[in-house]
Structure formats: structure tokens, C-alpha cells
Design a binder for this molecule. Sequence first.
Ligand SMILES: Nc1nc2c(ncn2[C@@H]2O[C@H](COP(=O)(O)OP(=O)(O)OP(=O)(O)O)[C@@H](O)[C@H]2O)c(=O)[nH]1
Ligand SMILES: [Mg+2]
Length: 618
Amino acid sequence: MTRQRTAALVGNPNAGKSALFNALTGARQKIANYPGVTVERKAGRLILPSGEPVELIDLPGSYSFDSASPDEEVTRKVVHGEFPGEALPEVLVLVLDAANLEQHLVFAQEVIALGRPTVVALNMIDLAERDGLTLDPAALSQALGVPVIPTVAVRRRGLDELAEAIARAEIQASDEEAETHTRQHLTLPERRLAARHMAKGATLSESAQHRLHSGLDTILLHPWFGAPILLALLFVIFQAVFAWATPFADALEGAVGAISEWVVATFPGGFLRDLVTEGVLAGVGSVVVFLPQIVILFAFILVMEASGYMARAAYIMDRLMARVGLSGKSFIPLLSSVACAIPGIMATRSIADPKDRLTTILVAPLMTCSARLPVYALIIAAVIPNTTVGPGVGLQGLVMFALYVAGIAGAMIAALVLRRTVAKGAASGFIMEMPRYQMPRLRDLAIGLWQRAWVFLRRAGTIIFVATIALWVLLSFPKADPGESQIDASFAGTIATGVHAVVEPIGFNREMALALVPAMAAREVAVSSLATTYAVDSGDEDETALALEEQITARWSLPTALAFLAWFVFAPQCLSTIAVARRETNGWKWPMFMVGYLFALAYVFAGATYWIAVAAGL
Ligand SMILES: Nc1nc2c(ncn2[C@@H]2O[C@H](COP(=O)(O)OP(=O)(O)OP(=O)(O)O)[C@@H](O)[C@H]2O)c(=O)[nH]1
Ligand SMILES: [Mg+2]
């Protein structure tokens, strides 16, 4: 009885499976859809050297058998013989990218562990050579325990040898009656380590540049040092945000003060002048002075992205993320949330698993977005002494770093809890392609920075401007009788008293309570609100000129200020984020849940911070 011989091409995305498929089968192809899914089934006829035909199928690329995307699901089921209506392929042709051997070997081990007759096509040898890498197929074959054939699919190099190896594997498959000897399964970290050793063992020589790049990877992706290096880098960034921004921030502050003085000196007193000095200049101006810090933070982020380090940070974080039940796929959305949770939440669309995605949406607001930077920077500058706690380590930068870490830790713990309760499910592994290291181009950096700065200034000119003016109006009317405080008399004062009753137990004063309300529009409004409130409150012009920072230093106790910082780590003070969460989850249920748990966390942590600080005598 002769039956149809079969073989399937498997491997990571972009290994060159389709290119090999086309080269091996030529025009003898049939394209259809797998039943029930929109994934294409590509089959073709490969003629072995003996003249015998083999049905070759080109499977979708896959990073792992644990993955959940529909494409990867098809690949997993077909090679396990679980796909309805699809015969278990007799031979697996595992396609590896020689230029990215180490990454491709991670999935390769899973395929080989199936114990099926397997042939490796070590493809893209030409690209490896271009990168200055000479590989030893024999050594790799020995390490993997299967034949390895070097190929260049696009130039038809190695195709005859590959066809011969497939023919031998077909004979082996029929000898063994397609019996499978499943080998030992390794965990993802074990496979990564083994991939590293195998790739090294199969490398005969490499160019200086390639050695430099892989040397960098050895250090930056080291299982033990990788994470501390990432943390140290973040630490340096926050030191720089404070240390480098100061002269620029001072200059901006001076400019805003000078304009304010000029307005006071030039125009007669009254409604309009007060609106400009107390509302626009004191309020919006107080936010704009944080532009240098935003620019410095993003300069670092952009350099990390452009140099190729960011993808490596994702790789390092993947291990941590897996431990809390998220995949590395959540890293990019969470990282974007450092700029703003809105693009972060939108980026979760790339996460295939719905529970993974939901969890990522729910924790994204915990990542410290750039809108918190002005709040943190203001309060820290006002209450944390500008001293050093070690050579080159400023206390202010250290506190800022701690707040960012608190946000990340909060997100991780929240994810862990959510994955065990409302979004139950198993973690899926993730392996991504590492881009090459590159020198960032100055022009691209400049454009990226300009875009971030513009987003910030536009917010100041629109949402922050409007919220601050609205607050100023509420603060300014009705007018106080002589001797009475303007805030007590105003509409805003009445609102503040109501909110204050709720937040007094966690150490907040009344101005803070008032600032929380308009800050729902955008977190930076907390800064402009405080500035406007103190400007209206002080009434006489000399005191208006007193910088917001000094007002806070004079009026707030340290426990109160720390409680306010703790509040902003958790509080979902952003209506746009809530609206985006509603759109991305198709309903109010999850955004309401998100707002509820985040406010609860903010309240508990701010309260705990306050009372611990009071007990410690701060
Ligand atoms: N230089 C070079 N390029 C190749 C080689 N093999 C494939 N390519 C190119 O690499 C790219 C990806 O190849 P594909 O065949 O589409 O990769 P694939 O494995 O089918 O990818 P998925 O279908 O996404 O899993 C294409 O642009 C190919 O032309 C090779 O040996 N050398
Ligand atoms: Mg393909």
C-alpha cells in the first residue's frame, strides 16, 4: 500500500519557511483555509531525489507551543496531530534563522522534544555571513541530535541536500511506524540557557562587531545581572531628571514670574488681571515649568528604544511578568504607559489572550505616566531636602525612583491578584526578536523629543488651562467679606470642605482635597490647582510671587506631603484613561472596577503612609 508521504515546515516567524516552501515546491501549490479559522493552509508537492512525491505544508510561524494566537494554535495542533482533518506530518522540517540562531533555538528545542523525525534547515546562512558569523552545522547537528542542512532559500542554496535529508527522515518515519519518543521537556529559562550554549558551540568565528554585540547581550541579558543593570539604569535616569533639569526649570520659573510681575505693573487691578496672574500664570505656568524634566525623561526613553536596548528590557522583564501571570507581550503596553496610559491601553490589542489583555488594561494606570511627573517633582522639591545620601546619589532623585518602582510593584502585585481572581488563567511565555544594537540617530531623537514636548505643551494649553480657569472662577466667587478668607467664602471652598471630610483621615489638608477634584481631568492639574488656590488665597501681590514650591514647604507637614505622593502612585485621576478602558473592554463594568480598586488602593496607601510617617515622628 502506498500512502501519501507528508512533511511540514515549522519555525519562528520570519525564519524563511515560506521562502523555502516556494523554492522546494515551485508552482505545485494549493492554498486553502484551515476549517474554522482564518489561517491559510498552504500545501505543495515536493519531489524527493527518488522521484517520490511528498505533500509539504507551510505552517504559520510560532515562538512557542504555549502561545495563544490563532496562528500559533494551528501550528501546535498540526504538529501534535490534534488538528481535525489534518494528518500528523511524518517529517518536521525545522527552519532556523542562522543570523538569529540563539533565539530560534528556543522554540527549536520544543519541536525536537516532540521526538518526531526532524530535519533542520539552517536558513539565511548568507545573512549570518554578512553579520560576520561563521557557523558549524555539524556541531549544531550533534547538539540537537538531528541532521542540520545549511540553506539560503532565496538563492536556492542547499535545497538538494535538504531534499535528501527529508528523504532519509521519511524512511526513518516509516521504519518506526511514526512512533514518537517524546523527550524531556525543559522550562523556558532552561531552554534559553541551552539555546545560548548551543549557539555558542555552533559558532566557528565571528567578526569584532558581532562579538561586541553578543558580548553586550551576554552582560545585558544575563540571568542575574540583567535585571539589576536595568534597575541601575532607571535609577540614573531619575537622578538626571532632577540634577539636569534644575537650571532650565529655574529659568522657566523666573520667566513666568517676570511676566506675572510685568502684568501686575502694567495693567490695572481687577477681574481680568487676577484671571491672568492667578489662573493662567500661576496655574498653567506652574505645570509648564516641568517641561525640562519631561524632555530629559523622554530623551532617555528614546535612546533606549533607538539603541535596541528596550527590546532587551522587555526580554528581562518577561521573566518577572511570567511570575505574576502576565506575558512579555504585556511589557510594551505597560512601558508605553510610562508616557501615558491611553496609548498603553490601546497597545494591549496585540495581546491575544483575553484575560492577559484585561489584566494589562486594569494595571496599566499604575505605571507612572508622565502626567504624574510634575506632581511628584513639585512635592519632592518642596519637602525632600536637596542632599546626597551617598557619592553622587541625590535624595530627591532617589525618592522619585522609589515612586516609579512603587508604581511598577503595585502593577505587578495587582496583576498577580487579578490573575488569581477576576482574570484567572495561566501565564503564556513569549519570545521576541532582538533588534540589532544601533547608534541612535540624532535627527530621530530630536523629532521624537519635539513630539513629546509638544504633546505636553498642548495639554497645558488645553485641558490643564480649562480646568485651571474653571477652578479659578469657583475660587474667586462669591467674593469674601473683608476679614474673611476668600477660599472659605468661595464655591470651591464649599466643595473642598465636602471632599476634605473624606480625605482628612489620610492626612490631606483642604487645598489638597480641592486639588483632587479638577485633577480628575488630568493629573498635572493638581499642580496648577494648588498654585491657583494659593495665589487666590494670598491675595496681595507680593505673596503671589512666592513660588508654589515655597508655599508647600511652608504650609505642608512632611507626613501630609508623603501621603499625597502615595495617593498619586495609585489614584486613577484621569477621565481619558477611564474612557479608553471603557472603549477597549466594551462596557462600564471593567473601568468601574478599575476606578474602584485603584481609589481604594490610593486611600489605603496614602493613609498608611501618613500614619506611619506621623508615628515615626517625621
Ligand atoms: N537573505 C535571505 N533572505 C531570506 C532567506 N530566506 C528567506 N528570506 C527572506 O526573509 C523574509 C521572511 O521569509 P518568509 O519565508 O516569509 O518567512 P516565514 O518563516 O514564512 O515567516 P512567517 O510566515 O511569518 O512565519 C522574506 O523577505 C524572505 O525573502 C535566506 O536564506 N536569505
Ligand atoms: Mg510564512
